[in-house]
Design a protein around this ligand. Structure first.
Ligand code: CAA
Length: 388
């Protein structure tokens, strides 16, 4: 039985900051951010959006009267969770008016957890072929103002429906995985911004990729010639390029050209959004599928998932007949085109507008946020969500 991604969508906030402007404000050469980091625009997330509303806004784009009754599992993958106890998936069930007869839960392992959710969903559908699983991968990447991590921030959510006979990508049974306890990036409970050993994290990303890909080659007997394209977790797009370049010497000239050209399609959306942690690999997959003019049904894609701390996985999927028809490029382009650019002082102000953590009541001004699902404030220690 084929099992995989039947639908996929993306949502981000309506604000962005231009990376060349940010570079000027930080006394850096713009090409460091544009070429060295590989980012053009960075999503700026206002306080009226959090990991729950971003996920709801993404998921609403792919829920239909037909698929709703079949969804019996909702998995919220995030490292920007809003509660130590209650899962984000329960909020989604209610915000999205999903049936009460769903199991709803949250998974966490840095940027890797959406891949864990995808693999769990595959196993679940194998036992329950008539069901569908809704996965959201939703995060806000925060390092702080004026530090080295700043140009690699961003935020947003990818939503996916996993089912049998998927219309987009059938996931193959061939993963290789690797877990090792390292301190490259983490966020203690008391911190609103990530702790990161930046250069070390980049080296570990490439090392983990090389190890899982070598294991994959050995296990499957496949080489780069078997892949039409590779999609990477993209904390910033140069990171994926470094991983790709590390294995290109294994490929023929023609394979190198194909994989490099497809990598450019796979980073277009990430370049104008920034990091969304759990969702970044799947935003890159979406970017590849919605921007490609060469990929066709039957092509094999390789996917590399990396979550600091660290867990990584390499796996593959086969593009399905008419996959383009199941995508939403017009909706995504419209969302990107409607975003408003904010200047650096405005971005800094928004960045610092953190919700109180002492339990006090707050009411947020919703008049600037056009998203269907918004956070209206906090009252009696409870987040107040609205559909508008
Ligand atoms: N023109 C072109 N390129 C330039 C340039 C210019 N004028 N000036 C600098 N560059 C290049 C540098 O040569 C460098 O390229 P290489 O990486 O290929 O060597 C690149 O720009 C970045 O320069 P620096 O290394 O000097 O940048 P930095 O030290 O200020 O910070 C960073 C870079 C370490 C990635 C930092 O942004 C950071 O810590 N980011 C967060 C951590 C991160 O994203 N890690 C990724 C792996 S972990 C992961 O994947 C999980 C996750 O999502 C976080």
């Amino acid at each position: 039985m084929k099992i995989g991604i039947d639908q996929i969508s993306f949502h981000t906030s309506h604000y962005f900051v231009d990376m060349a402007e940010l570079a000027h404000a930080r006394n850096e050469d713009p090409n460091k951010y544009l070429i060295g980091i590989g980012q053009k625009k960075m999503a700026v997330i206002p306080p009226t959006q959090d990991s729950i509303t971003l996920a709801a806004n993404a998921a609403a784009k792919i829920l239909t009267p037909e698929n709703r009754p079949q969804i019996d599992t909702v998995i919220f993958a995030s490292e920007s969770g809003i509660d130590q106890s209650k899962s984000g998936a329960v909020y989604l069930q209610s915000l999205l008016d999903l049936p009460r007869q769903v199991r709803a839960f949250e998974v966490k392992q840095a940027c890797y957890s959406a891949t864990a959710a995808l693999q769990l969903a595959r196993g679940y559908i194998a036992l329950h072929p008539d069901k569908k699983v809704l996965i959201t991968a939703s995060d806000i990447a925060r390092y702080g103002l004026g530090n080295a991590g700043e140009p690699t921030q961003g935020g947003g959510a990818v939503a996916m429906i996993i089912s049998k006979d998927p219309r987009i990508l059938a996931i193959e049974e061939d993963s290789t995985v690797l877990t090792e306890n390292i301190m490259d990036f983490w966020r203690p409970n008391y911190a609103t911004e990530a702790k990161v050993d930046g250069h070390y994290s980049g080296h570990m990303y490439v090392d983990f990729f090389n190890e899982v890909f070598a294991a994959y080659r050995e296990q499957s007997g496949m080489t780069l010639a078997n892949f039409a394209a590779l999609a990477f977790h993209l904390p910033y797009t140069k990171m994926g390029l470094k991983a790709l370049r590390s294995i290109l010497p294994q490929a023929t000239e023609a394979d190198q050209q194909r994989l490099s050209a497809n990598f450019e399609d796979s980073r277009q959306y990430n370049q104008i959004v920034g990091n969304l942690y759990t969702g970044s690999l799947y935003l890159s997959l979406l970017s590849l599928l919605e921007n490609t003019t060469t990929l066709k049904a039957g092509d094999r894609l390789g996917l590399f998932s990396y979550g600091s701390g660290a867990v990584s996985e390499f796996f593959s999927g086969i593009l399905q007949a008419n996959f383009k028809q199941a995508l939403l490029p017009e909706q995504h382009q419209k969302m990107f085109a409607a975003r408003q650019q904010v200047d650096v002082p405005t971005y800094e102000k928004i960045f610092q507008q953190q919700l109180p953590t002492d339990g006090s009541t707050v009411e947020l001004d919703l008049s600037h946020d056009p998203a269907p699902y918004v956070l209206a404030g906090i009252k009696a220690h409870q987040r107040q969500y609205r559909k508008q």
